[in-house]
Write a protein that binds this ligand. Sequence first.
Ligand SMILES: *Cc1c(COP(=O)(O)O)cnc(C)c1O
Length: 322
Amino acid sequence: MSEDRLTAASLSTPLLEIDIEPFRSREIRFFLKREDLVDSEHSGNKFYKLHHHLLAAGQGGHTRLLSFGGAWSNHIHALAAAGQRLGLQTIGVIRGEIPARLSATLSDARERGMELYFLDRQSYRQKNSPALLDDLRRRFGDFYLIPEGGSGALGALGCQAITRGIVDQCPVPVDYIGVACGTGATLAGIASARMCTNRPVALGFSVLKGAGDLSAQVASLLAELGAGDAPWRLYSDFHCGGYARLPGYLSTFMRNFEAQTSIVLDPVYTVKMIWGLCELVQKGELADAKCIVAVHTGGLQGRRGFDLPYTEQKLHTEHKGR
Ligand SMILES: *Cc1c(COP(=O)(O)O)cnc(C)c1O
């Protein structure tokens, strides 16, 4: 029932064909799945990742949700919006000291009723320790804990709908689905969807430098989902210097892509995946592909942290201003 709802959500977002190099000259059809448009408030993969967590919280009779994230976290932003919509109390445990001025993300979250609690980086690293969680329970009362990023097996489960939406919408068989990875839960979800037609290979692009155990994490999520046979690969060389780093060549790539397509990318995740796909294809890898789909996982609110325009309209104005 709830899976149907998620699949319907994914079927409601466009699968857009994009005719650009290096795909065009190699006769690879390239599509962008616009999951950034799935919901006005919690856009992108966080919509799918939160779904089963919110259901589980409801089934457990919880009225208070607690989770973790940084100052520009798309997950925190989405969770605050979901809490407000469902009438649930939300607590965001935020990495770092209390800032002099809240980021736009945190300011939105607070406006939506989220209580913010700042933890210095050292304590934040203990976020999975029972001692810290006990401390948080003493402070805030009982809560349903959503892992950082809305991940875990429940987070991954919701992302299976993205594959179903893509395969259903695509006019030709899909060979590869590219997605940016932080925790890898979205990749695990996309890879684990069981299809009756040919099964696309999920390609994950890590945005973290030295994401050493990410592969193991994805494998363990897949095992939890009973999908040890899922087809996937993880690329770790396209982080472009590390999390939230946007070097000049990447920023140029992003600007060119946006100028050619009028689609706004997010500089932390999606741009690195699309850049990675272009690099691979250019180098002659994925040579067997006839159709590649890249997932736009949203996260555009985070562009405010880069001082970049974050809507198509604003992008338009900026390009004109150049
Ligand atoms: C959180 C996020 C990701 C990473 O998702 P994981 O499931 O943690 O791998 C990718 N893209 C965007 C835009 C995100 O906000």
